[in-house]
Design a protein around this ligand. Sequence first.
Ligand code: SF4
Ligand code: SF4
Length: 374
Amino acid sequence: MGVPVSQMWTVASYVLGKKLRGVKRYPLVLMLEPLFRCNLACAGCGKIQHPADVLRRHLTPEQCFKAVDECGVPLVSIPGGEPLLHPQIEEIVAGLVARKKYIYLCTNAILLEKYLDKFKPSKYLSFSIHLDGPQKEHDFAVCREGVYDVAVSAIKAAVAKGFRVTTNTTVYNNADPKAMRQMFDTLMGFGVEGMMISPGYPYEKAPGQELFLHRNQTASLFRRLLGNPKRDWRFNLSPLFLEFLKGKWQLECTPWGMPAYNLFGWQRPCYLLNEGYCETFQELLDTTDWSEYGQASGNPKCADCMVHCGYEATAVAQTFGSLKSFGRVAWLTMFGVEREELPPDDRSPPRGDETQSSADEERLRRLKLPVLSS
Ligand code: SF4
Ligand code: SF4
């Protein structure tokens, strides 16, 4: 099962409608963060470093609905923190489903299986399960042993109950292309609808700084990850964004395409950077100097960023923006990528640092991962 036709139609008609009306900047996906609290503490996370009084708070359902109504997006992603820790998460989801918004509820899945009965299967609701690699790599990334197995069990349970299930993988520079490709096979075998994959953003506050990819490393690694793709792999991303990750298509960031709303308001300029907050979405649009962001701006904070929340909306807009882009997407959709990619079993590290693999292994050995006990 792939993305429902109704969702594709909703997105296409929304983007074309904006284009026909000459709207230059519009949001496509709201990144709605109802809380920052989490039951994990991943090495690459830039969201859980708030003080305890902030971590205890959460948005009310009414605040969530107001933000969604205000910006008018067709798609809502609910990251966090861990959204399933929100005491009214089922009320938030039900309210968004009633508004006919397509929701991606992002979760580390620790609580998912236990909470499944709080939700009803719907074409508007997808669980987006955080999986940063196969078992060893995922447990290492989330700094706790056993989380991969819990997530896999939750995926199977949710699929069996008729829910839409996708996966959400953040890639770091220690990714093993061969193992990741085997994971794509495994996930498709579980019956997931599609896989989302994106490089990690080098958050200043994240403890695992050495794990983040630089831009040239990203293209090299993603060619190894995605080259010669299997026919049954489905990615929950625009084909142009996947080409961009492989360094084969040029995109510029459009941060207003996936705005972030959280406890403090509308975050300027994007989900990743925190340069102040606005009270309304219109204020965010009108008072942000957008020329200061994106790779072309020369802003060092954007130099290595190739994250989906900056570029996926650009890719969707481009698809409907020119015959060349539309033709490219049609070609990629019908025939897949050309077969000239790097061999899939090339496991050499992408960063040109041959000592890094053994450093990764040493770090894995030294890390005493706490064991999951939920
Ligand atoms: S599961 Fe997500 S929100 Fe929680 S610590 Fe990990 S990256 Fe951060
Ligand atoms: S390039 Fe990345 S960090 Fe910079 S504005 Fe865009 S999404 Fe944010």
